[in-house]
Design a protein around this ligand. Structure first.
Ligand SMILES: [Zn+2]
Length: 163
């Protein structure tokens, strides 16, 4: 089991956070953004960044090569669709994508939008951890959370009506 502190201060204990979110035992901020037969999209529960979307598989697998052909098609199309929504609805110009297979959770891709405030931490991969921690420590306030929730609703609306 793993102890996790969520951005809103809730402390939870889960076997696999991705399973808990996909199954609905842990509610991410703003709820489900988008769902397909094989994937589940939601706001990151630990780091408050507007438009940061996590795309998790519904199946408890760890590695990309474990995806079936059908899941793989669904994955790339869903990733592409969410990226379009981030640009169209939130004006997000650039996104960093992350996935590591040695996770304690299961298969999930982080779609981390880049904002001007992030460049104080540099570019590329080395900036990501400081950016996430900064968001959690310094940008975890009411106005910012409200913007994040608004962004989730905008994404949801776009993704669930225009397709
Ligand atoms: Zn899992």
């Amino acid at each position: 089991m793993k102890n996790i502190t969520l951005a809103d201060g809730r402390k939870i204990t889960v076997h696999c956070l991705s399973c808990a979110i996909v199954e609905g035992t842990v509610q991410p901020n703003g709820g489900t953004i988008y769902e397909t037969k094989f994937f589940h999209a939601h706001q990151d529960v630990a780091y408050p960044i507007r438009g940061l979307v996590i795309l998790a598989s519904k199946r408890h697998i760890k590695c990309l090569d474990e995806l079936t052909e059908e899941e793989l098609n669904d994955y790339i199309h869903t990733l592409h669709l969410i990226r379009k929504a981030q640009r169209k609805v939130l004006g997000i110009e650039q996104v960093y994508y992350f996935y590591n297979e040695d996770t304690t959770h299961h298969f999930h891709t982080w779609m981390v939008p880049r904002y001007d405030w992030m460049y104080q931490f540099g570019r590329s991969i080395e900036s990501v951890r400081p950016v996430l921690l900064h968001a959690r420590r310094k940008r975890n306030y009411k106005d910012e959370i409200e913007k994040i929730i608004e962004a989730i609703h905008a994404l949801k609306n776009y993704l669930n009506t225009s397709n």
